[in-house]
Design a protein around this ligand. Structure first.
Ligand code: DSN
Length: 430
């Protein structure tokens, strides 16, 4: 085998789809709130022979030889993650956010223990107790929800629910909630009912790292996050935690050791060493001063997007946003999320259908769509562009089946993004 083979020659089918996907990303506007564009440096780190290595275990305690350089990457990733969030301990091996949550539960809970988290249709995540997910099957989940009128979290209701349920774990965090979270209050409620507090900050990790949202670390036992959303790293996750297990200080293992054991050998095998190297690169980027400017722009863009949509007759859950995401309520448009997502895809605006609070429709065709600004902000789009995009979205939602109107909108979107090349000069080369 020629190790320097050119992908375009050795596997033209895959080369073609990779090329087509780059073009799709470049020719449209990516508004899926959980997606972002990593830097060229992060891409470079991922495409390296680090992928060839087996390294079960942790730095200096591996089950395979030859890990002296892998240890350095993982240590750099761990140290940078700890510095970024001010955490006692970081485990950077989780392959994905769902695994990170599973591992965190596995570290501190027994099967069928009680967990209280945010209801899925109110903004929670599948791993926060959905009955089609391991979380809902293995643990006894209850859900708190948002206020029926404001659609925001009322912490008195969360407290009341926590006192009623008496969970072993109180879970904060979300997948689709456009407002800030009061981590301090969550921490106090957990303390008062004798529960661990864990936060899943997957969506807002980058905003927290930039100190533009309260940091949950001082108020949590465990924090999990993906690394690829607002944090703008490679696809993957990590777990941050306190050193001590507050409820079991006499155990042979402290909380940090329990988390590490839950990840490996508890749930995972060999870590993805190339991805861990890329996580280290992304964390270094997030520690730079310009990362704060980036997150600030993400928030400004989301605010302008929200106001433009509302000015153009689009209803938003909670009437706006404090973070990177906007949740559209389609009820007044006479269409569901499925039609809306497809109509927007037709004009090269990529979004996802999403449940909204008290949704009466099914998750396959719910009453909302979710939009976000992290990816477009990385590309360099600013407030004036959000206005154009907001107007295009509103027009598309009013004319989801009008092909002539959609053709014009698509042309406008393609024209808009032409000035913002994603990876200038990028080529897949052998
Ligand atoms: N898929 C992620 C999101 O879009 O929010 C959560 O896992």
């Amino acid at each position: 085998m020629n190790l320097m083979n050119d992908l375009s020659v050795s596997d033209p089918e895959i080369f073609n789809v990779l090329t087509q996907e780059i073009k799709r990303q470049e020719n449209g506007v990516e508004m899926i709130a959980s997606e972002n564009f990593v830097s060229k440096a992060v891409l470079d780190a991922m495409g390296t022979p680090h992928t060839n290595k087996y390294s079960e275990g942790y730095p200096n305690k591996r089950y395979y030889g030859g890990n002296e350089f892998i240890d350095i990457s993982e240590d750099l990733a761990r140290e940078r993650a700890k510095k970024l969030f001010g955490a006692d301990h970081a485990n950077v091996q989780p392959h994905a956010g769902s695994q990170a949550n599973m591992e965190a539960y596995f570290a501190i809970l027994e099967l069928k223990d009680k967990i209280l988290g945010m209801k899925l249709d109110h903004g929670g995540h599948l791993t926060h107790g959905s009955n089609v997910n391991f979380s809902g099957k293995f643990y006894d989940f209850s859900g708190y929800g948002v206020d029926e009128d404001t659609h925001t979290l009322n912490m008195d209701d969360v407290r009341r629910e926590a006192e009623r349920v008496k969970p072993k774990l109180l879970l904060s965090g979300f997948s689709a909630y456009p407002r800030k979270l009061d981590f301090k209050e969550f921490g106090e409620i957990a303390k008062d009912v004798g529960a661990y507090h864990m936060s899943d900050i997957a969506h807002i990790a980058g905003i927290i790292a930039a100190k533009l949202h309260e940091n949950p670390i001082p108020h949590c036992d465990i924090v999990t996050t993906t690394t690829h959303k607002t944090l703008r790293g490679p696809r993957g996750a990590m777990i941050l935690c306190r050193e001590e297990d507050q409820f079991n200080p006499e155990d042979k293992k402290n909380l940090a050791q329990k988390i590490d054991s839950a990840v490996f050998p508890g749930m995972q095998g060999g870590p993805l060493d190339h991805v861990i190297a890329a996580k280290a690169v992304a964390f270094k980027e997030a520690l730079q001063p310009d990362f704060v400017g980036y997150q600030d722009q993400v928030l400004k863009n989301a605010k302008v997007l929200a106001s433009t949509l509302m000015d153009n007759g689009v209803d938003l859950v909670t009437g706006g946003t404090d973070n990177h995401l906007v949740l559209v309520d389609l009820s007044n448009k006479g269409i569901g999320g499925k039609v809306a997502e497809k109509a927007l895809e037709d004009v090269h605006i990529y979004t996802n259908k999403n449940m909204i609070p008290f949704d009466e429709r099914s998750p396959f065709d719910p009453s909302g769509i979710r939009l976000g600004t992290p990816a477009l902000t990385t590309r360099g789009l600013k407030e004036e562009h959000m206005k154009v995009i907001g107007e295009c979205i509103a027009k598309t939602l009013d004319n989801p089946t009008e092909d002539s109107i959609k053709t014009k909108i698509k042309a406008e979107i393609e024209e808009l993004v032409r000035d913002f090349p994603m990876y200038p000069g990028f080529k897949i080369v052998g």
